[in-house]
Design a protein around this ligand. Structure first.
Ligand code: FAD
Length: 490
C-alpha cells in the first residue's frame, strides 16, 4: 500500500527520517505538500517567506523528478487534502517530520487523530531539532528560561542521532494523483522588488549544502570575531535554509564533528564550538516556543503587559524605510528590504532602537521582520524581539540600552557596511560616518549627506534613553505596588 509523505518544513532528501522510513516501508511513496496558510494561526507566511517557499518547492520537485518521483501539491485544510489523497490512492500510511510552532502542532494533532480513527498508520519524526523539547529539562523538571544552563544540559545529553541516509529510490505509483501547479498557489510576489533576493539567495537543498561548505571552508575559524562584523561574510547565512528544512541541525552538528579526528565533542575548534552554540540558540528558541506558546504575541515576563509603549505611524515608517537618521539602523533596515535578510548584530541594534529609542511595541517590529525576512521563523523571531525588548527569556536587562552610534563605530569601524547600504553617506569621512550630524560644516561630504537627502536623526538618543528608563521605572513601580500591598496584608 502506498505511503504518503506529508512535507511540512523539510524540503530535503538527506536526513529526512519520514522520507527514509516511507521508502523502506515498501509500496509506492507519495510526496505531498499542502498549502494551508489558515493553519499558521495568527502568523501566515510573509511576502519574503512566500518568495522562498515558491522556489524551495520548485527545486524540491525537480530533485524528486530526477529520482522518478514528484511533489504532489494540494490546497488545505491539511486534513481534508490528506484524507482525499488517502481515498484516491488507498494509501495505508502517512509519515511526516514534525513542526514545533503551536498552530502547526495543533494541525498535526488533528490529522493524526482523524486518520488513526480511520485505521491509517500515522508516524511522525523530529527532523527539525537536535533534541526533543521534553528531553531538556531543569533539575526540577521544568523548561529552561536561561540559555547557558540550557545549552550545558543539551551538551550533557547523548549526541543527537546521526543524519538518516538519503533514500536511493522512491518507488512511484503506477499513475500519479492530480496535483496543482506551483503557480496555482500564488506564492511568488513576482515583482521587481525581489531582484535583490534573487541575487543573494539560492533556495533549495543544494544551495543549503553549498552555503554550509563555504562557511566551513572559509569562515568557521574566524567566526567568533567575524560573526559581529556585518560588512564581512563571516556567518553561515543558513537561517532560511534551516527554517525551510533544506538542511537540518543534525547535519550541521555531525558536519562539525567530522572536521575533527575522533568524534569527541570537546575536540571541536573554538570556531566550531561558538558556531554550534549559535545553532543552540535556535534550539533554545524552539524549545521555549513549545513550552510558552503564547509568546509570539505576549511577553514572557508578565509585568511587561502594562509597558507604556508609544504609537507613532511616522516613526514606524521611518524605521521600516531605513530613514531614522542613524546610519547603522538605516543600513540594516535597507539590507533587510534589499535582500530579505539582516546580519544578527544589526538585528539586535535595529530592534533595540525600535523598542527603546522609539518606544514602539516589540510586536510591531516582529511583524515587520515576519513580513520581510526570508528566514522569518516564529521561534527565533519571538526570542530575538523579546530579548531585545527585555521581556523574554535570557533577556538583556531593559536598562541596558544600545547606543546606535557607538554600536556602529564598534562593529562597523570603517563604515563599509553603512556606506554599502546608505549611499547618501558615501563621501562622509570615516570619523563621522556613524554620526554625520556631528561633522563640522567644512568636513568633506558631511553636508553632501544632507544634500543627498539623508535625514537628521528622528530622535535624540540621549533623551530617548531617559524616556525609556522612565517607562521601565513606571512598570517596575506598578509591579512593586501590589506586591507591597500583599506584604502589608500578611
Ligand atoms: P549564523 O551566525 O551562521 O548562525 C547559524 C544558525 O544558528 C542560524 O542560521 C540560526 O538558525 C541560528 N542562530 C544564530 N543566532 C541565533 C539567534 N540569536 N537566535 C536564534 N537562532 C540563531 N533568526 C531566524 O532564523 N529567523 C528570525 O525570524 C529571526 N529573527 C530575529 C529577530 C531579532 C530581533 C534578532 C535579534 C534575531 C533574530 N534571529 C532570527 C536570529 C539571528 O539574527 C539569525 O538567525 C541569524 O542572523 C541568521 O544568520 P546566519 O544563518 O548567518 O547565522
Amino acid at each position: 500500500m502506498p505511503t504518503i509523505v506529508w512535507f511540512r518544513l523539510d524540503f530535503r532528501l538527506a536526513d529526512n527520517p519520514a522520507l527514509a522510513a516511507a521508502a523502506q516501508r515498501g509500496g509506492s511513496v507519495l510526496p505531498l505538500f499542502v498549502w494551508a496558510p489558515e493553519e499558521e494561526g495568527a502568523w501566515p507566511l510573509g511576502a519574503a517567506s512566500r518568495w522562498w517557499l515558491h522556489r524551495s518547492l520548485g527545486r524540491f520537485d525537480s530533485v524528486l523528478r530526477c529520482m522518478g518521483s514528484r511533489l504532489i501539491l494540494r490546497r488545505g485544510p491539511s486534513l481534508r487534502a490528506i484524507r482525499d489523497l488517502v481515498a484516491e490512492t488507498r494509501a495505508g500510511a502517512v509519515h511526516w517530520n514534525r513542526r514545533y510552532e503551536p498552530a502547526a502542532i495543533a494541525a498535526e494533532a488533528s490529522v493524526r487523530k482523524s486518520l488513526e480513527r480511520a485505521g491509517i498508520e500515522c508516524k511522525s519524526w523530529n527532523a527539525a531539532l537536535l533534541f526533543e523539547p521534553g528531553d531538556v529539562q531543569t533539575r526540577s523538571g521544568g523548561p529552561f528560561q536561561v540559555f547557558t544552563p540550557f545549552w550545558k544540559a543539551c551538551l550533557a545529553l547523548d549526541d543527537p542521532p546521526a543524519p538518516t541516509a538519503t533514500p536511493r529510490t522512491l518507488p512511484a505509483p503506477r499513475t500519479w494523483p492530480a496535483s496543482l501547479e506551483l503557480t496555482d498557489l500564488h506564492l511568488d510576489p513576482g515583482d521587481a522588488g525581489t531582484a535583490g533576493m534573487e541575487k543573494a539567495w539560492s533556495p533549495g537543498e543544494a544551495g543549503a549544502a553549498k552555503a554550509l561548505d563555504r562557511f566551513l571552508e572559509q569562515a568557521l575559524e574566524e567566526y567568533p570575531i567575524d560573526r559581529d562584523r556585518p560588512e564581512r561574510r563571516g556567518t553561515s547565512r543558513l537561517s532560511p535554509h534551516l527554517h525551510f528544512g533544506e538542511i537540518g541541525p543534525r547535519q550541521i552538528w555531525h558536519g562539525l564533528g567530522r572536521r575533527v579526528s575522533g568524534q569527541r565533542k570537546s575536540r571541536l575548534s573554538n570556531g566550531a564550538q561558538v558556531f554550534r552554540k549559535e545553532v543552540g540558540w535556535r534550539e533554545f528558541a524552539h524549545h521555549l516556543l513549545v513550552h510558552y506558546p503564547r509568546t509570539p504575541d505576549r511577553p514572557l515576563r508578565g509585568n511587561f503587559e502594562s509597558f507604556p509603549w508609544r504609537r507613532s505611524a511616522g516613526d514606524l515608517e521611518a524605521w521600516r524605510a531605513g530613514r531614522t537618521g542613524y546610519p547603522i539602523v538605516d543600513a540594516g533596515m535597507r539590507e533587510l528590504r534589499g535582500t530579505g535578510w539582516m546580519h544578527n548584530r544589526v538585528r539586535m541594534i535595529v530592534a533595540s532602537f525600535f523598542v527603546k529609542d522609539l518606544l514602539l511595541p516589540w510586536q510591531e517590529g516582529a511583524r515587520w521582520f515576519w513580513e520581510t525576512l526570508v528566514d522569518a521563523d516564529l521561534a527565533n523571531n519571538t526570542l530575538g524581539w523579546q530579548w531585545s525588548a527585555g521581556c523574554g527569556a535570557d533577556a538583556a536587562p531593559y536598562f541596558r540600552i544600545f547606543n546606535p552610534t557607538l554600536q556602529g563605530e564598534r562593529f562597523d569601524p570603517g563604515g563599509d557596511y553603512v556606506r554599502r547600504w546608505v549611499p547618501e553617506l558615501q563621501a562622509v569621512p570615516d570619523s563621522y560616518v556613524h554620526k554625520p550630524w556631528d561633522a563640522p560644516d567644512k568636513a568633506e561630504g558631511a553636508r553632501a549627506a544632507a544634500h543627498r537627502g539623508y535625514p537628521a536623526p528622528i530622535v535624540d538618543h540621549g533623551a530617548a534613553r531617559v524616556r525609556a528608563l522612565e517607562a521601565l521605572a513606571a512598570i517596575r513601580a506598578a509591579t512593586r505596588a501590589p506586591a507591597a500591598r500583599r506584604q502589608k496584608r500578611k
